[in-house]
Design a protein around this ligand. Structure first.
Ligand code: HEM
Length: 133
């Protein structure tokens, strides 16, 4: 049976995306341990992420926070992990959404990921992108 895919940004489609994405993150060999170490109680994190995507996609203003500071504090986060995060997000969005809707989410995610990655890893005296240590 083919599941009907979401074609619109709504609270419901955001909820499904966030819940499914973080379920996959938790099972992921590279990302899972970093999240497991940082997040003990998942429900508040999922609620924050629903608010975040609601603010990004529906300009609801529900998310109040500072992702740059948070990500600078995440133990074990790496430059390379952002590629994996985006690949998993893309996979999840395409599994749940019509292609045009998945593309809108993925374009936003890619831009935000790049700005976070710069904010966390850019050093003015080092090459960009960073060379492997
Ligand atoms: C390498 C990739 C990433 C890793 C390992 C990662 C990890 C984490 C972790 C562990 C937290 C919880 C921090 C805490 O509560 O102390 C968090 C929060 C968050 N992440 Fe990420 N993240 C990544 C990429 C992204 C990207 C690409 C986005 C957006 C498109 C994003 C958006 C957020 C937001 C909005 C929060 C909530 C911050 C807050 O509490 O206000 N993350 N992330």
């Amino acid at each position: 049976m083919t599941a009907l895919k979401f074609s619109e940004v709504t609270d419901e489609s955001i909820r499904r995306l966030v819940d499914e994405f973080y379920a996959r993150v938790r099972d992921d060999a590279a990302l899972g341990p970093v999240f497991a170490n940082a997040i003990k109680d998942w429900e508040p994190h999922l609620a924050t992420m629903r608010d975040f995507w609601s603010s990004v996609m529906l300009t609801s203003g529900r998310y109040k926070g500072n992702p740059v500071i948070k990500h600078r504090q995440v133990e074990g986060i790496s430059y390379e992990m952002f590629e994996r995060w985006l690949a998993l997000f893309d996979e999840t969005a395409r599994a749940l959404f019509e292609p045009a809707l998945a593309a809108v989410f993925n374009a936003k995610a890619a831009r935000i990921a790049e700005s976070l990655r710069l904010a966390v890893f850019y050093r003015p005296d080092q090459p960009w992108p960073p060379t492997a240590a």
